[in-house]
Design a protein around this ligand. Structure first.
Ligand SMILES: Cc1cc2nc3c(=O)[nH]c(=O)nc-3n(C[C@H](O)[C@H](O)[C@H](O)COP(=O)(O)OP(=O)(O)OC[C@H]3O[C@@H](n4cnc5c(N)ncnc54)[C@H](O)[C@@H]3O)c2cc1C
Length: 396
């Protein structure tokens, strides 16, 4: 006789995807037992995850909304020849909030909402043995009805080539009020000689702001002195008095040209491990929430089939997003990359922008993004040629 599995679900990886999945399971399957495994000493790392409110499906709102830390009715973008307010609600979740809320599911950090049913183990690396078994710390095997691979991105470069989005973010407390009430998602300086770079500004409170320098480049590198110069210039322009640095975050996201999922196929994979992120924008939230909903709503023995079917349905969009990366990094000179983004915000109405970020764009949206008269888009003939002339393998 086979022993009963010890847990209903084993979620391997306690980053954005793993923790969102834990909340979706707690909501949709309150009787289920869940083991969340994270190799680092604590869950979630050090992040500020932003998203468009239109990324989140109504059905996920009940468990998702309490995790949101900041909301704004819209945001701005500023380019050398365009300044626009985008009337799409924008929001942020901090890793501190997600960590605290996830621990509270197990009775930690002020719980206890699901003592005994939800177990978190940190500080040990795990190996996925099969769809129903995990090895923790190289020795202890745990059985379950479904293993979910949420281990994030594999180390090393993407096999099919990639550009990179690198960030250095500084969060400040200011002596006086911060002058802007809404985020500026791209503030693009005139000097773009070093490739596409911009400042990202999130007013997190009346006297608190996150200023993040972002660079799109062939190499995963940020110049800290360039970041410091742009951040200091914005602090001076804002004239909000002395600014005390209270937190720093930095990181680098590949913008791959080909499929870059890490999973070995042993178990259903979500988040970066399953290719479930927006390859062209770097935003993971829309697809991470969608994966969490699919898994939590499916019977454990149907999860693999449901996840595969959702990925198949999204295959062309994922391919298009990676194709955009290839165009951006292989066809457009670094000093001109900003024009692509300026055009995106100049020609697209809010509904198309929302669908693009939510990874729900249509064929017509894709065509509108890419085709137009140079220098604002690719002329049809150049577009057709670009499929065969740019370096690297075709998108899969
Ligand atoms: C600076 C920066 C800013 C960003 N801003 C945004 C944003 O505004 N909005 C947005 O949507 N996205 C943003 N992203 C992207 C987003 O952070 C990632 O795409 C997202 O974290 C991916 O989620 P994930 O759960 O797949 O991976 P991760 O969050 O990386 O989580 C994977 C987890 O698995 C753990 N793990 C790995 N291997 C094992 C193992 N063998 N055993 C146990 N645990 C393991 C890791 O330690 C990690 O905690 C940003 C990224 C960076 C770097």
């Amino acid at each position: 006789m086979t022993a009963a599995p010890e847990f209903d679900y084993c979620v391997v990886g306690g980053g954005l995807q793993g923790c969102l999945l834990a909340h979706a399971l707690a909501w949709h399957r309150p009787e289920a037992t869940v083991l969340l495994l994270e190799r680092a000493d604590e869950l979630c790392g050090n992040h500020t995850w932003s998203f468009h409110e239109t990324d989140i499906a109504e059905e996920a709102r009940s468990w998702f909304d309490p995790l949101v830390t900041h909301r704004w009715p819209g945001y701005r973008v500023r380019f050398p020849a365009l300044s626009r307010r985008v009337a799409i609600a924008y929001a942020t979740m901090t890793s501190d909030r997600l960590r605290e809320a996830t621990l509270s599911l197990s009775g930690g950090a002020g719980g206890p909402s699901r003592p005994g049913r939800f177990v978190v183990r940190t500080g040990e690396s795990c190996e996925i043995l099969s769809m129903n078994a995990v090895r923790i710390g190289g020795t202890a095997d745990v059985s379950c009805r479904a293993v979910l691979d949420c281990r994030g991105r594999a180390e090393g470069r993407s096999p099919g080539g990639s550009g990179y989005q690198s960030f250095i973010g500084h969060e400040y407390q200011t002596a006086r009020l911060w002058p802007a009430a809404e985020p500026t998602v791209m503030d693009v300086p005139l000097d773009q000689a070093a490739g596409f770079e911009f400042l990202y500004e999130l007013p997190l409170g009346p006297d608190r702001v996150l200023l993040e320098y972002t660079r799109f480049h062939e190499e995963p590198a940020c110049d800290p002195s360039r970041a410091a110069a742009l951040i200091s210039a914005r602090l001076a322009e804002a004239d909000a008095g002395s600014a005390t640095l209270i937190r720093t975050e930095r990181g680098c996201l590949p913008m791959p040209f080909t499929a870059a999922a890490r999973g070995e196929g042993l178990s259903p994979a979500g988040g970066y491990a399953g290719g479930g992120y927006h390859a062209a924008t770097g935003y993971s939230m829309p697809l991470a929430v969608r994966f969490a909903e699919i898994v939590a709503q499916a019977c454990p023995d149907r999860i693999a089939a449901e996840v595969a079917s959702a990925a198949a349905e999204d295959r062309l969009r994922r391919g298009f997003a990676r194709f955009l990366n290839r165009l951006l990094f292989c066809l457009v000179k670094p000093a001109h990359r900003w024009k692509i983004f300026q055009r995106f915000y100049r020609v697209l109405p809010e509904a198309r922008i929302a669908r693009f970020y939510a990874h729900r764009f249509t064929f017509t949206d894709a065509a509108r993004i890419i085709i137009g008269l140079p220098p604002i888009g690719l002329a049809p003939i150049r577009f057709a040629r670009s499929f065969v002339s740019i370096p690297g393998p075709l998108p899969t």
